[in-house]
Design a protein around this ligand. Structure first.
Ligand code: WTA
Length: 630
C-alpha cells in the first residue's frame, strides 16, 4: 500500500489528493482484491447527500481481510486475546484459524436463514467471537449492527427495532474488572419487544446460568461443531452497506450510521498503515471496544486489511490494578498502543507506582482518540509511557467519518501537545463561522466542516435519509458539518476544541443531552429537565442535570437515586449524570427556549458573568439555580 515515509512525501501526496482525488484514490484502490474493478471512481453531491465511491466495483471485504493473506501468511497471528483476568490463558488466532472460524460462523448464520442485506445485531463482550461474528456477516453480505454491551435492554431493543434485525449474537455473560455482567438476560428483556428476531446465538463465556428459549436460542459452540469450514464470499457492490453503527446526535434517538463496503475498505487500511506506520511483526493494540467505531475500524477492518497482528483485551485498565495496561504491554511486547485520553488521565491519577514496575521498551508509537487530549495528559503519556521516544498520534475522527481524518503520521509529522495536526491526504477540512462563511488563514477558530467527500464518509442514517441530510449536510451549504469546534493555529496546525452542538463527550463516549433528558423525564416525579456538560478531570466532560420535580415533599437524595436508576434502565451506566440539581424552574426565553448557555456556565462554576439575561421570562430563576449549584 502507498506508504508515506517523509514529511515532503506527505505534502506531495496531499497535493495530489486535492488536485485529482479520483486518480489518487483509484491508485490506492488498485491494491485490493476485486472481482470486478469499478467503472467510475466517484459520484457525489452533498445536497442529497448522495456519495458513491468505486461505482460498480465487485468484491468482498473479508477476502481482503482474510483470504488474501493466506497464500503467504496463513500462520501469522491475526489476534492475541488477553482475558479480563490476568491468570486466564491467552488465545492466539492465526489468519488461517480466523478464516476458518469466520467461514464456520458464516455458515451458521446461513443455517438460521440470514441472507445478503439482512441485519444482524451483535451484543457481545470483548472476545474474539465478537470479531468473528462481524466478519461472518460481511462474508455473506449481511449488515452487522454491533451494540456496545454496556447499553441497557431498552437501548438494545430500540436499536434492534430501528434496523429490524433478524438475529442477535450474544454471550451468556461478560467479565469486566470485578464484575460479572449478565449479558444474555439483557437480551432476553430487550427481545420481549422485538418480535422480528427469530434466533439468538449465544457464546458461552462465563458459564453463568441463562435461560435458553427453545426454538429461538442456540449455543455458539454447538453450532460451530458441525459447520463447514468453507464459505464462498458473497459478491458485494462497493456501495452495498457493510454495517450500521448507532451513535448519538444533538436531537432525538441515536442514529444508525451506515457505512458501505468499498470506500470504507480502502480508507480504513490506508489510514491504519499511514497514521500508525505499521510494520510487519509489530503488535498493534487498540484498547477500544468493538461496540464503538474505533473498534470497527482499528481492531477489525483496518488491521486485518493490512495483514497486521493485533491484541484484543477483554478487561478494564484499572483491574486488578492500575498497572494492567502496562503489564499487558510488557507481557505481549506491544509496539503500537492506541487508547483514549480518559484512560490516560485515570491511569495518571493512579500514580506512577503502577507504571514503574514495567519496562515498556517494546512501545514504538502511541495513539489517542475519542476526545480532546489535554496537554498534561499528552505530556504524561509522552514522558512516562513513551519515555520521550515514541511519537504520539492524536487522531481526530468520528463514527460518521469511518476512519481517521486529522492526525499526525507517526514519526513523520512534527507534533504539538493537544493538536491533531494536519488532515490525511484526501481530507479537505475547512473552518466556517456561524453563517457558513469560510474562515481563511491561520491563527483562527471556527466550526469544522469538510468540503469534499472521502471514501469512508457516512452514506445514510438507516431508514431515514432525510435525517442524515439534516444532521450533517443541511447546516452549511455543500459542506459536511462535523459538530466540532476547531482552532487552526499560526502554523496551520488543527486542534479540535470539542462539540459545538448538544452532544457531550463523557470518557470518549458520545452522549446526546436530549437522550439523557428524555430518560430523566420518564421518572414520574419529574416535569422537566435540562442536561449540559461540564469539565471533568478524568472523564473530560461530566453530565450535569437540572431537574424540576412535581413532588415538593420528596427527599432530593432519594429522587436523585431514582433518576440514576431510570437513566441506567433507559440508556445504560455510561449516561448516568454526575450531578443532579433539583430546581424550581429553568431559564427560558419568552418563546420557551431553554437558555443552555446559562446552564452550562453555572455547571462550569463560571457564574460571575452569565451574559445577557434580559430576554429571560423569569430572571429570578437564574438566582435560584446559582445558589443551589452543586
Ligand atoms: C471527539 C470516535 C478531539 C469529537 C472516533 C468527535 C475528538 C467525536 C478526537 C466523535 C480527538 C474524537 N480530539 N476530539 N482526537 N477524536 N473526538 O463518533 O468531538 O465516538 O466529533 O468517534 O469525538 O466520537 P465518535
Amino acid at each position: 500500500m502507498t506508504r508515506i515515509t517523509s514529511l515532503a512525501q506527505y505534502h506531495s501526496e496531499y497535493k495530489k489528493s486535492v488536485e485529482n482525488p479520483e486518480l489518487f484514490w483509484s491508485d490506492i484502490a488498485q491494491e485490493f482484491v476485486w472481482k470486478k474493478k469499478w467503472d467510475k471512481v466517484l459520484e457525489w453531491n452533498f445536497k442529497g447527500p448522495d456519495v458513491k465511491w468505486f461505482l460498480n466495483g465487485k468484491f468482498n471485504i473479508t477476502e481482503n481481510c482474510l483470504d488474501a493473506h493466506l497464500p503467504k501468511h496463513a500462520d501469522r497471528i491475526a489476534y492475541i486475546w488477553e482475558g479480563n483476568d490476568p491468570k486466564e490463558a491467552n488465545i492466539r488466532l492465526t489468519y488461517k484459524e480466523l478464516y476458518e472460524e469466520v467461514c464456520c460462523f458464516a455458515n451458521v448464520l446461513k443455517k438460521y436463514g440470514v441472507v445478503k442485506g439482512d441485519r444482524v445485531c451483535i451484543y457481545m463482550p470483548m472476545v474474539p467471537q465478537a470479531v468473528i461474528a462481524m466478519l461472518a456477516c460481511a462474508r455473506i453480505g449481511a449488515v452487522h449492527s454491533v451494540v456496545f454491551a454496556g447499553f441497557s435492554a431498552a437501548s438494545l431493543s430500540g436499536r434492534i427495532q430501528d434496523s429490524d434485525c433478524k438475529i442477535v449474537v450474544t454471550s451468556d455473560g461478560a467479565y469486566r474488572g470485578m464484575k460479572d455482567i449478565p449479558i444474555k438476560a439483557v437480551v432476553d428483556e430487550a427481545l420481549e419487544v422485538c418480535p422480528g428476531v427469530s434466533s439468538v446465538i449465544v457464546f458461552e463465556r462465563t458459564k453463568s446460568k441463562v435461560t435458553m428459549i427453545p426454538g429461538r436460542d442456540t449455543w455458539w459452540h454447538e453450532e460451530m461443531k458441525t459447520a463447514d469450514k468453507h464459505c464462498p464470499p458473497e459478491v458485494m457492490d462497493s456501495e452495498d452497506p457493510l454495517f450500521i453503527l448507532y451513535t448519538s446526535g444533538s436531537t432525538g434517538k441515536p442514529k444508525g450510521v451506515v457505512h458501505s463496503c468499498g470506500g470504507y475498505m480502502v480508507f480504513t487500511r490506508y489510514s491504519f498503515e499511514n497514521v500508525f506506520q505499521y510494520e510487519p511483526k509489530d503488535l498493534f493494540w487498540c484498547t477500544a471496544d468493538v461496540g464503538w467505531v474505533t473498534g470497527h475500524s482499528y481492531i477489525v477492518y483496518g488491521p486485518l486489511l493490512a495483514g497486521a497482528s493485533s491484541l484484543i483485551f477483554e478487561g478494564v485498565p484499572t483491574w486488578p490494578d492500575a498497572g494492567r495496561f502496562w503489564q499487558i504491554v510488557d507481557k505481549h511486547k506491544v509496539n503500537i498502543l492506541y487508547t483514549a485520553p480518559t484512560a490516560i488521565r485515570a491511569l495518571q491519577a493512579s500514580g506512577l507506582e503502577y507504571v514503574k514496575p514495567y519496562k515498556l521498551d517494546s512501545l514504538r508509537i502511541l495513539g489517542s482518540v475519542g476526545e480532546p487530549i489535554n496537554e498534561e495528559a499528552w505530556s504524561w503519556y509522552n514522558v512516562n509511557i513513551g519515555k520521550g521516544r515514541c511519537p504520539i498520534v492524536d487522531t481526530w475522527w468520528q463514527t460518521e467519518t469511518g476512519g481517521i481524518m486529522i492526525s499526525p503520521l507517526a514519526g513523520i509529522t512534527p507534533t504539538k501537545p493537544g493538536f491533531a495536526t494536519f488532515p490525511l491526504p484526501g481530507i479537505q477540512p475547512m473552518l466556517v463561522d456561524e453563517k457558513g462563511k469560510e474562515i481563511l488563514g491561520n491563527g483562527v477558530s471556527g466550526n469544522l466542516c469538510i468540503r469534499f467527500p472521502w471514501p469512508s464518509i457516512i452514506r445514510t442514517t438507516y431508514g431515514d435519509h432525510e435525517r442524515c441530510r439534516l444532521a450533517y449536510f443541511a447546516t452549511y451549504d455543500n459542506l459536511y458539518f462535523t459538530g466540532d469546534g476547531c482552532r487552526r493555529d499560526e502554523d496551520g496546525y488543527y486542534r479540535i476544541t470539542g462539540r459545538v452542538d448538544d452532544v457531550i463527550n463523557v470518557s470518549g463516549h458520545r452522549i446526546g443531552t436530549a437522550e439523557v433528558e428524555n430518560a430523566i423525564n420518564m421518572h414520574a416525579d419529574v416535569v422537566e429537565s435540562a442536561v449540559v456538560g461540564y469539565p471533568h478531570d478524568i472523564k473530560g466532560q461530566g453530565i450535569y442535570a437540572y431537574v424540576i420535580s412535581t413532588n415538593d415533599k420528596k427527599d432530593h437524595e432519594l429522587l436523585r437515586k431514582e433518576i440514576l436508576a431510570e437513566v441506567m434502565k433507559i440508556i445504560g451506566p455510561i449516561a448516568k449524570p454526575d450531578k443532579i440539581q433539583v430546581v424550581k424552574g429553568l431559564p427560558k426565553t419568552r418563546s420557551g427556549k431553554i437558555m443552555r448557555r446559562i446552564l452550562r456556565k453555572v455547571a462550569e462554576g463560571d457564574v460571575s458573568n452569565l451574559g445577557d439575561t434580559s430576554t429571560l421570562l423569569d430572571p429570578l430563576v437564574v438566582e435560584e439555580i446559582k445558589s443551589g449549584r452543586l
